[in-house]
Design a protein. Structure first.
Length: 604
């Protein structure tokens, strides 16, 4: 809007030319309002020095134009003061508003930069935690799984040449798997050492908000107060000059009292407005009338602007209403010889514009304070957010390591123990168990790598893996293939699994399907660990907007398969509960007859 300043000068020059040509536009109220509006708009974008120069030139042109139209009505000095206020006061208000807006833009840019830095710190913290755990997993857990594969293949090779050594190799496989389970418990214990934080929305900014409005600051007398008092000095001088009614000293005192009232308006809007109006009414009714004076325009515009700066909208609205009523009383208190009702409407418009300028400036100031507080909070909590992200990463790693590692190691322990027990009675059955050990161990090594790299991809896009916002982006059907995989897991574990789907089957959010799958997998693993050879019933019930996952086992059946005692990682139910509750679901687990029941309710 660089054209606004030239447009302001051009309009004032056109009014001056119109006055030279004998026209009467320069002295009309519409021209005054248009010039004031242009001055306000120009101040929003223009630098202060060009604005002051253009305002001075415009005021000079309008003063000369008014002198050409009515040379005897006002002096050149009075016209100069009047048009300086008409042009420069709105321009100054616009400049203040523009400065606040520019400050808000700078603070918004600072906030964006801090959010980027905060996000980088979070990603770095998560990456460091992931790399640290990945190194430990690779050195311990993955190393032991490789030993399991090697020992299992050696046992398979010895079956043909040295069958007597096979039980020892199978015992070594089982022992290695048990050691891996112990290592997994240790890793999970380290990861759970820091309490997992509660889930929060991604990108949220923790900003403390007080329930009560901040107390009004106690301002000391400063340069702005001095300027407000000085703004009433021209009025004191003008009303003390010869030709005005009443004693000069009384006029000067009441005029300066209005300047003091401006200082009070800045601090206490309503009492200040009442005091200023009382002084103005007394001076108008008993001394020199204020409406005909030119210099009263400056306090008259400063007052609504200061009222507009009130802390609350209610005070600002009440203040402007009291001010309008008071100006109407001043107009009525003016002697009939000096009363000009035609000037009331333009004055009212300019006053309302000044009040609106004050509200805009206050709004920008409040926004700047909010952004400054947010930026300071972002800067202050960046380190804490990095620690929180590392704790979240640990919780995610713990859940994934348990889902992948504990299940696989339990299968290895059970199958290697079963193979050792079956070796002398049914070598074919023992070989099948041995093949299952190799397959599970190799698959687990691949899943560990996928799990850690998958967390790396998730960390780049979200701070909470299993939030509703994240899981709602994709849908996955719990179809027959997925159910067949779960049934296959049960058969590998030596369980008799019956899976049923009730209700209207439909695709569910990707995260919901993943959690449901993990719950069933963990429940089957626990059933194999504590109730080997049992019958397990898995029911997926689509009820309304919920997916209920129910797993019930019949208790241990020692007659069907050899019993192998296996100690778990200690994080199964806790990990299931964390995953389910992260989706705002519910998990219930407890005895059911001779067996055990797990019920998960998930939003579908």
């Amino acid at each position: 809007m660089r054209w606004l300043l030239p447009a302001l000068v051009a309009v004032c020059a056109a009014l001056w030319i119109d006055a030279l040509a004998g026209g009467g536009l320069a002295g009309g109220a519409p021209a005054v309002v248009v010039v004031a509006a242009l001055s306000l708009a120009s101040g929003l974008r223009a630098p202060l020095l060009p604005l002051a120069v253009a305002g001075a030139v415009s005021a000079a042109l309008l003063s000369v134009a008014d002198q050409v139209l009515e040379p005897t009505r006002f002096t050149l000095a009075s016209d100069g003061v009047f048009y300086s206020v008409v042009v420069l006061a709105p321009a100054l208000v616009g400049w203040l508003i523009g400065s606040r807006n520019r400050q808000v833009a700078e603070l918004q840019e600072r906030r964006r930069a801090l959010e980027i830095r905060r996000g980088v710190a979070v990603r770095v913290a998560r990456a460091r935690e992931r790399d640290r755990v990945e190194r430990r997993v690779d050195l311990s857990l993955a190393g032991r799984l490789r030993r399991v594969v090697l020992d299992a293949r050696t046992a398979d090779e010895l079956a043909a040449s040295e069958p007597d050594r096979v039980p020892d190799r199978l015992a070594a496989v089982e022992q290695t798997a048990r050691e891996a389970l112990g290592e997994l418990r240790e890793v999970l214990g380290v990861l759970h050492h820091v309490r997992s934080p509660q889930s929060r929305e991604p990108g949220s900014v923790p900003v403390a908000v007080s329930a009560d409005p901040p107390p009004r600051p106690r301002r000391r007398f400063d340069l702005i107060d001095v300027a407000l008092v000085v703004a009433a000095v021209p009025l004191a001088v003008e009303t003390a000059l010869p030709g005005h009614h009443g004693p000069a000293a009384a006029n000067a005192v009441l005029s300066l009292a209005q300047g003091g009232a401006l200082v009070l308006v800045r601090r206490r809007e309503l009492p200040g407005v009442v005091l200023l109006l009382a002084a103005a009414i007394v001076q108008t009714a008993f001394l020199s009338p204020l409406p005909p004076t030119v210099s009263w325009l400056l306090p008259g515009l400063l007052t609504p602007f200061l009222v507009g700066l009130a802390a609350t909208r209610r005070i600002a609205c009440v203040g402007i209403a009291v001010l309008v009523a008071g100006v109407a009383l001043i107009t009525l208190a003016t002697p009939a010889a000096h009363r000009a009702l035609g000037g009331f409407a333009p004055g009212l418009v300019m006053g309302v514009l000044a009040w609106a300028g004050g509200r805009l400036a206050k709004s920008a100031e409040v926004r700047a304070q909010e952004l400054r507080g947010i930026a300071d909070e972002l800067d202050r909590t960046r380190e804490a957010e990095a620690h929180l992200a590392a704790a979240e990463q640990r919780a995610e790693l713990a859940r994934d390591l348990h889902d992948v590692g504990a299940h696989a190691l339990t299968v290895v322990c059970l199958q290697s123990g079963a193979a050792r027990a079956w070796w002398s009675r049914d070598p074919g059955q023992a070989r099948a168990a041995l093949d299952a050990v190799v397959a599970v161990a190799n698959g687990t090594l691949a899943q560990l790598g996928e799990s850690l790299s998958g967390l790396a991809r998730v960390a780049e896009t979200s701070l909470a893996e299993t939030s509703l916002a994240e899981t709602s982006r994709a849908e996955t059907p719990l179809d027959g293939a997925a159910l067949d995989v779960l049934a296959g897991i049960g058969r590998v574990l030596g369980l008799r699994v019956d899976i049923a789907v009730t209700g209207q089957s439909r695709p569910v959010a990707d995260g919901v399907a993943r959690v449901a799958y993990r719950v069933v997998q963990e429940a089957l693993t626990n059933a194999a660990r504590y109730a080997g050879g049992s019958s397990v019933q898995v029911v997926l019930d689509f009820a309304g907007d919920l997916l209920e996952v129910r797993i019930i086992d019949s208790g241990p059946d020692t007659s069907s398969v050899p019993v192998v005692a296996v100690t778990g990682s200690g994080s199964g139910l806790r990990g299931m509960r964390e995953r389910v509750e992260a989706l705002r679901g519910e998990l219930h687990a407890g005895p059911s007859g001779r067996g055990f029941e797990i019920l998960a309710r998930l939003p579908a």
